[in-house]
Design a protein around this ligand. Structure first.
Ligand SMILES: Nc1nc2c(ncn2[C@@H]2O[C@H](COP(=O)(O)OP(=O)(O)OP(=O)(O)O)[C@@H](O)[C@H]2O)c(=O)[nH]1
Length: 397
């Protein structure tokens, strides 16, 4: 059995400094034969040109792959699979370094390396080992972009007309799924601002190694052969999930140094759907990230997921409440996941709101009061919930 080739994936919003960092690493890594995959949304792969010019690797080399006019997390996923398999079969490389487009989401890329693709019958886990997922953040623009409220479509950066993603959604996806977080362009920001940014990023992503860089200057060993990547661990590394799992008592006090705090709002009483949606549409600006499971009185069968980043908030059905399943299925769930019973309510079963809120200078008391005012009142609790207006009108079978 041949040795699996380690892979590092660079993600990060447009212009954050991925190409610059890639060039630096390729120039300074002398001991490994590195193959490079450069993904670009445009037809002309400008990043590939920049890398070929700056790294000493020729564009005509077999181990230099350009994937253009699409994104490896979606439209070019198949091409990525085939190219990685081809590179691995070449046999004369020690490492694969991938630069995704600035609008690429890291989770589907990581999945490509972690599971068999049944359609193409390619199993990259036979050839490769995902070693490190790096996200590069532009220290100078992050806060501006995160708060801009702009969509990728409005910025003409979307994958297509149907791409509804907001810039903040993308930034948060990239930050929450990585094991090395590089804060680049540190030369453009004051020390105080950098320290504050670091605290914010730490609250959003407490697990990844955080590195400050200027012009992408990084020790290659910080992103190559780190052995850090573990799909399950990285999937559970987001700050909101940690908050939910650990509770507030385990927080390091220094997180609060710049007024950055988090808490979990938990209630076993359903929200009035319209009042809750209105609150989501007018969330206090101090909230940087809110995510969690919502119990809405109008949606007795399904748990809803609220995911907010910056000024973008999305609510969608995420799974059936166990309490809404037929008795036989409930028993199956109890057998397979007995932990469900730990928090089981005699009347409402597993229906429960658990919402994590991360923010700067949060007025926790006021936010809790506002949220409590969105719950059903005692009078409403005793009225038929099915008569409540539905702000979503989802359909599911
Ligand atoms: N001042 C400053 N400029 C930087 C730094 N890093 C990169 N740049 C510049 O920022 C611009 C964008 O850098 P790239 O490396 O092309 O960024 P990218 O993430 O590859 O961009 P896309 O491929 O468009 O997503 C270039 O003009 C770089 O020279 C830095 O640390 N400080």
């Amino acid at each position: 059995m041949t040795k699996k080739i380690p892979v590092t994936v660079l993600s990060g919003y447009l212009g954050s400094g991925k190409t610059t960092m890639m060039n630096h690493v390729l120039q300074n890594e002398q001991n490994l034969r590195v193959a490079v995959i450069v993904n670009d949304m445009s037809e002309i792969n400008i990043d590939a040109e920049l890398i070929a010019n700056g790294s000493g690797i020729s564009r005509t080399e077999e181990k230099f792959v350009e994937l253009s006019n699409g994104c490896i997390c979606c439209t070019l996923r198949e091409d990525l699979l085939q190219e990685v398999e081809r590179l691995a079969r070449l046999g004369n490389i020690d490492y694969i370094l991938i630069e995704s487009t600035g609008i690429s989401e890291p989770i589907p890329v990581a999945q490509t390396f972690s599971y068999l693709d049944e359609e193409l019958d390619i199993d990259l886990t036979k050839f490769c080992r995902l070693d490190t997922m790096v996200t590069v953040v532009d220290a100078n623009r992050f806060w501006h972009d995160f708060q801009s409220g702009e969509s990728l479509l409005a910025r003409k950066e979307a994958v297509g007309e149907l791409d509804e993603r907001n810039v903040a959604d993308l930034l948060i996806d990239q930050i929450e799924f990585c094991d090395v977080l590089v804060l680049n362009k540190c030369d453009l920001v004051s020390e105080v601002e950098l320290a504050r940014l670091e605290r914010i990023l730490r609250a959003l992503q407490p697990e990844a190694k955080l590195i400050w860089t200027k012009n992408g200057v990084i020790e290659p060993a910080e992103i190559l052969n780190t052995g850090r990547f573990n799909f399950e661990r990285v999937s559970e590394s987001a700050g909101w999930l940690k908050e939910l799992e650990l509770g507030h008592e385990n927080h390091t006090p220094e997180t609060e140094e710049y007024g950055i705090t988090s808490f979990t709002y938990q209630r076993r009483k359903p929200f009035h759907p319209l009042r809750f949606v209105e609150w989501c549409d007018n969330m206090p600006a101090s909230i940087v990230r809110a995510k969690g499971i919502i119990w809405s009185a109008k949606h007795q069968e399904v748990a809803l997921l609220l995911s907010q980043a910056g000024s973008s908030a999305k609510i969608e059905p995420v799974s059936y409440w166990v309490a809404a399943l037929p008795e036989a299925q409930q028993q199956d769930v109890f057998l397979q996941s007995p932990e469900v019973l730990k928090d089981w309510d005699a009347l409402y079963g597993d229906r429960l709101t658990q919402l994590v809120i991360i923010g700067i200078d949060l007025d926790k008391k006021a936010i809790i009061q506002e949220l409590d005012a969105c719950l059903l009142s005692d009078k409403e609790l005793n009225e038929p919930w099915e008569n409540l207006k539905d702000p979503f009108n989802w359909e599911w079978s």
